[in-house]
Design a protein around this ligand. Structure first.
Ligand code: HEC
Ligand code: HEC
Ligand code: HEC
Ligand code: HEC
Ligand code: HEC
Ligand code: HEC
Length: 301
């Protein structure tokens, strides 16, 4: 410690700035080149980020805290099966949410499981699995159909959260895969009342669509049934009111918007490259400066 202090005090202002510059440069460059999923984990991507590390404190406070691990991981208690196959080098790279067999949840949650099976997401999942078997490319993460694990954290889920807390959480969770609907919902009166003003009488995504069935509601009859849960005397025309204005993945259908998005992406990338070049330039300059200082010292000036 003492040595460090002497070293730091011994630095003149040029050297101190150089040291600072190098540290800052390293920090920024390492952040830029870090894989995005590591960044997300650090920034607290809460619900579906699965991990090999378990926070036992959080687990014991969760809805499942009193369950033995084997209730959900019985494949690990067969002979010598405590750990995954050591020869399988891909084991720890797999996304566990995709590989867990969620049929096991049905043992204790038959209703949720049954509703999920007849819902839109299960249909989409079956179709995606068929596509995969036919050898088509796997869909990107945000267009994969969700299983239980995409909406619930099996290790840390809390029991009996308030209606408002569930509503807020689900706006985020559903919104990750349906961003344009999330945006239009938050602009809609229901979203403003429910999410911003925390009025629990308002409608959250799942009040209209159902948490596990997730009905499309394009069908006016079904939509009317959903509205009448709260608007008891709604006339037949009521379901014609548009909830998600200008939604339906604008960027996919509108070529002009798509072009704009591409432009924004390019500008962002150019910005990143320029930052790296500037930092590299200063790092080089500092290095040459140090060389000159050294050179001068050696020549005894
Ligand atoms: C309610 C059911 C449930 C309980 C109880 C449970 N787990 Fe899990 N666990 C899951 C599910 C579902 C996944 C896959 C999705 C994920 O990672 O969130 C998982 C994933 C894991 C993983 C990631 C690797 C893998 O196998 O896919 C580890 C490690 C793990 N659990 C350990 C434990 C331990 C240790 C306990 C007991 C303290 C425990 N679990 C209790 C449901 C459970
Ligand atoms: C051995 C039985 C058992 C299994 C297997 C099980 N759970 Fe549970 N689960 C429970 C119990 C008990 C509770 C707590 C209920 C309570 O306190 O109201 C619970 C609560 C929950 C809750 C919170 C419910 C609430 O009150 O809001 C969710 C979400 C949930 N489980 C999802 C899952 C998922 C997903 C799986 C499969 C990976 C799973 N469970 C497997 C027994 C189980
Ligand atoms: C698309 C997101 C989504 C998926 C997929 C999903 N759930 Fe849920 N689940 C929810 C929401 C939202 C709630 C909160 C209750 C509500 O809003 O009605 C919920 C509530 C629950 C509850 C609490 C009891 C209840 O019905 O209120 C359990 C248990 C549960 N889910 C289990 C499961 C299981 C098991 C699966 C997989 C078969 C699953 N969920 C798949 C979104 C989802
Ligand atoms: C992991 C991503 C993911 C999550 C999380 C998710 N969805 Fe979906 N959802 C999909 C996919 C994929 C489809 C299949 C249809 C498609 O291509 O849009 C779908 C379909 C739907 C549909 C039917 C749309 C249609 O075109 O038929 C509704 C409604 C829906 N989701 C609502 C919800 C709600 C409400 C939640 C939250 C409780 C939610 N979703 C969470 C990916 C997701
Ligand atoms: C007040 C009721 C209501 C709420 C709240 C609501 N929606 Fe919708 N949603 C509808 C209706 C009605 C439709 C069908 C007509 C339309 O597209 O506007 C729909 C359509 C959709 C579709 C497209 C279905 C298709 O077939 O193309 C998705 C996906 C969706 N909603 C997701 C969400 C998500 C995610 C949330 C929460 C952030 C949400 N919805 C909140 C009523 C609602
Ligand atoms: C979970 C309950 C719930 C559901 C389901 C629901 N709403 Fe609402 N809605 C409300 C609340 C609460 C308000 C706030 C104004 C009020 O008290 O009437 C509101 C307000 C409205 C308003 C503003 C009109 C006014 O009275 O000021 C419209 C329009 C509306 N809802 C349309 C719909 C449509 C269309 C559906 C079905 C697709 C629907 N709502 C489903 C709870 C709900």
């Amino acid at each position: 410690m003492g040595r460090l202090r002497i070293f730091l005090c011994g630095l003149n202002s040029v050297k101190a700035t150089a040291l600072l510059q190098i540290c800052l440069g390293l920090l920024v460059v390492s952040w830029l080149i870090f894989p995005t999923h590591v960044q997300q984990a650090w920034c607290g991507d809460s619900i579906s980020s699965s991990s090999w590390f378990m926070d036992m404190n959080r687990f014991s406070r969760s809805a499942h805290g009193s369950l033995k691990c084997e209730r959900c991981h019985e494949e690990m208690i067969g002979q010598g099966k405590v750990h995954p196959n050591r020869k399988d080098s891909t084991a720890m790279k797999k996304v566990s949410v995709r590989f867990y067999d969620y049929k096991r949840c049905a043992a204790c949650h038959p209703e949720s499981y049954k509703r999920y099976l007849v819902g839109e997401h299960a249909k989409a999942l079956i179709k995606q699995k068929q596509d995969q078997r036919l050898g088509n490319k796997e869909a990107p993460p945000e267009s994969l159909a969700p299983t239980c694990g995409d909406c619930h954290s099996s290790h840390y889920t809390q029991a009996k959260l308030s209606r408002i807390a569930i509503g807020e959480q689900m706006t985020e969770t559903c919104g990750k895969c349906h961003p344009s609907q999330k945006m239009s919902y938050l602009k809609n009166l229901h979203g403003q009342l429910g999410v911003f003003l925390k009025k629990k009488a308002s409608a959250y995504c799942t009040d209209c669509h159902g948490a596990h069935t997730c009905e499309s509601l394009k069908d006016k009859e079904k939509a009317l049934t959903a509205c009448r849960r709260c608007h008891r005397n709604a006339p037949a025309g009521f379901a014609g009111i548009v909830i998600h204005t200008g939604s339906e993945d604008i960027s996919k259908k509108d070529p002009k918007k798509q072009a704009n998005m591409a432009l924004i992406g390019t500008v962002k990338r150019i910005g990143q490259i320029v930052t790296v070049i500037i930092l590299a330039f200063f790092a080089l300059q500092t290095f040459v400066w140090i060389l000159r200082e050294l050179h001068n010292k050696l020549r005894g000036r």
